[in-house]
Design a protein around this ligand. Structure first.
Ligand code: ATP
Ligand code: MG
Length: 637
């Protein structure tokens, strides 16, 4: 009992000392300042939510001084549109039972600023441990709330992006098993999420690209690379190949270990196709194509054909001046061509041919066309040139030139030969002819029967010889006219007399008693011509008229003296000429099919045509087979 009393005494003493210390501290420091400086807003309210006291922090938070809020109902004073008033009412109820409640709410400051608060509501005991009032502790969490809100909004934007982007976004496990894909995946590949998630990403790649992806992931996993970017092909559900540029980065756990991958893949099929076309074109084009930045005179692109054409690596020509790749002697024409392009005077079909230096020191001929283009986006004047190797063409030209030279040489040989042969024949033939005449004279001494036979033979020899002489003369004439060595001496000629003379000769030769009928129209005039050549002309035409009309009425000749020209028509009623042959009559050695046994070489008319043309005249033929032929020669005076 004593001990208990003793203890009680000690306890009382302790209490007394404590109280003394407390009151001493209270006396010394005024505890209110401790409360006031607290980081949380503190308010003491009555059960009816009437404000009894607030600390400094609370004054700062809501913007009301203590004097202004005393006695006001806290929920009325600080509530606004987003405030939940029931929170506090419920919390007070709970506090009266001795429990503590905490909740988040929105209150409004004096200047109507919205404040997010985290609030704890405690019971406030008096000294007799009776709950008399309520104590509210509030922390301003507006900043955190707003931060969270932006994060939420960002998340929404991010999710929206993911579902609307045309790029494929995916996540994989560390073993490459697909754990998520966005809508673009479904759209591009045709596989829905069920058919995708849980499958190895490798199973969707083109077999030839699988190795590439495995290698890239390995490099990331063993730390050689932070991420990878590869161009790969995916095979869609409908078995189409789609090209992608796949960028993939690892996902890390909190302790910095790789736990999977995430990535984005962009459809580059179109890009690839264009790239392929470009490569196909650029690599295989035979022509030499240049892209030149014209204002700087600098080569920006040259087709790989330059390797084959001139032995350069295309890189060697980049940034060089295109005019350095032109033979000095051709610079002028190339510059002139460029100028005509620049001032728009060139035709699109215009080309320039110049020598392009080869790497080995030689030159190759190029035939080039160019187009000048102004590109607004880069403010650049481009020249696009395309060139073909012209060596072949040049060689072709040279070949033709050589052939022409050869032909000239051969022609010369031919005409010398013809002249030689003709003269060599003509002399002995003339001798034979002379001898025949002498023999005819000397035949008188021979007995009669023999002499008749001999005379006939001699006459035959004479005729054949004459034929040969006239053939040789024709050949020589033709050769002279073809080689341009024809002796042409025009003077005044009485054409009427000339034709009559020729006509008589032919009649005599043809053993026709009457001469052909010559009609004259207009007043006869003299003509300036080469009489010898005109004789040959009309001799041929009139001979033909007689030759091809044996047994028919005699040919007729008409001579018209018109104002500016002379028209001579030689008309016969003989075998005529087949329609198809008329055009070919004037070619050398041509004879129509219907001549049968009638002698001839086919040279006469070709000589006639040349002679008429030499006189600046013309000849036409009108004929009907079986009816007759009319040859009309027109000559200027
Ligand atoms: P030659 O060289 O001896 O004159 P040719 O009379 O046959 O021989 P051309 O005078 O050049 O040669 O005539 C060419 C061809 O034209 C003749 O072969 C003949 O078929 C045809 N021809 C020319 N004149 C007549 C004509 N008046 N009537 C029918 N056919 C003719
Ligand atoms: Mg003839």
């Amino acid at each position: 009992m004593e001990e208990i009393d003793l203890l009680q005494l000690e306890l009382d003493e302790c209490k007394r000392q404590l109280a003394a210390t407390k009151s001493e501290l209270e006396r010394k420091y005024n505890f209110e300042q401790v409360l006031e400086n607290a980081n949380r807003a503190i308010a003491i309210i009555g059960f009816e939510r009437d404000i009894l006291w607030i600390n400094k922090r609370a004054e700062q938070m809501v913007g009301y001084p203590l004097e202004e809020v005393k006695g006001k109902i806290v929920t009325d004073l600080l509530a606004g549109s987003e405030t939940d008033r029931t929170n506090l009412i419920e919390a007070i109820k709970t506090a009266r039972t001795g429990e503590v409640t905490s909740y988040e709410n929105v209150i409004y400051s004096k200047d109507n600023r919205k404040i997010y608060v985290k609030t704890e509501v405690h019971p406030l005991y008096d000294l007799n441990k009776v709950i008399e009032n309520i104590c509210i502790y509030s922390t301003d969490i507006t900043k955190e709330k707003e931060y969270l809100k932006t994060i939420n909004e960002n998340e929404k934007v991010y999710q929206h992006l993911l579902s609307t982007t045309s790029d494929i976004v995916y996540t994989l496990t560390i073993d490459g098993i697909i754990t998520n894909v966005n809508k673009a995946w479904i759209k591009v590949t045709g596989y829905d999420k069920n058919e995708t998630i849980g499958r190895s990403s490798l199973s969707f790649f083109h077999p030839n690209d699988v190795e590439k992806v495995i290698e890239a992931r390995k490099n990331v996993l063993n730390g050689k690379m932070l991420s990878y970017s590869v161009e790969v092909r995916l095979i869609s559900k409908t078995n189409e190949t789609v090209w992608f540029n796949a960028i993939c980065t690892p996902l890390y756990s909190d302790d910095k270990k790789i736990i999977g991958f995430t990535g984005i893949s962009r459809d580059i099929t179109e890009q690839k196709r264009i790239q392929l076309y470009y490569q196909l074109l650029s690599k295989n084009i035979r022509d030499l194509v240049f892209l030149i930045e014209s204002n700087k005179s600098s080569i920006k692109y040259v087709s790989p054909s330059v390797v084959e054409i001139a032995g350069y690596d295309p890189e060697e020509l980049i940034e060089k001046d295109p005019f350095d790749f032109c033979h000095p002697d051709d610079l002028e024409i190339v510059r002139a061509y460029r100028k005509s392009q620049l001032n728009n005077t060139a035709k699109p079909t215009d080309t320039v041919t110049f020598r392009f230096p080869k790497k080995d020191g030689g030159y190759t001929w190029l035939e080039m066309t160019a187009k000048i283009i102004y590109d607004e986006s880069t403010d650049t004047l481009w020249a696009i040139t395309s060139a073909k190797v012209a060596d072949l063409r040049k060689m072709e030209e040279e070949k033709i030139f050589k052939e022409l030279e050869e032909e000239k040489r051969l022609n010369h040989i031919k005409s010398s030969f013809l002249q030689f042969v003709s003269h060599e024949f003509k002399t002995p033939l003339s001798i034979i002819k002379g001898l025949c005449e002498l023999m005819t004279l000397g035949i008188e001494d021979v007995e009669e029967t023999k002499s008749a036979l001999l005379l006939k033979d001699i006459s035959n020899i004479e005729n054949e010889t004459e034929e040969m002489i006239s053939l040789i003369e024709e050949v020589l004439l033709l050769e002279e006219s073809e080689s341009g060595r024809m002796h042409f001496a025009p003077k005044n000629v009485d054409i009427l007399a000339l034709i009559k003379k020729v006509s008589n000769r032919v009649s005599l030769k043809q053993h026709v008693s009457e001469i052909s009928n010559v009609t004259i129209i207009g007043t006869p005039k003299q003509i300036c011509a080469d009489g010898k050549l005109l004789e040959i002309t009309f001799l041929n035409l009139i001979s033909n008229a007689f030759k091809y009309s044996a047994g028919c009425p005699l040919p007729t000749i008409s001579i018209q003296f018109l104002d500016v020209e002379l028209v001579v028509s030689i008309k016969d009623f003989g075998i005529g000429i087949p329609q198809a042959s008329i055009d070919k009559l004037f070619s050398t050695f041509y004879r129509a099919e219907n001549v049968n046994q009638i002698d001839g070489t086919g040279l006469g008319l070709s000589i006639v045509k040349k002679l008429v043309e030499l006189h600046k005249g013309k000849i036409t033929c009108a004929s009907k087979e079986g009816k007759g032929t009319e040859m009309v020669v027109t000559l200027p005076y």
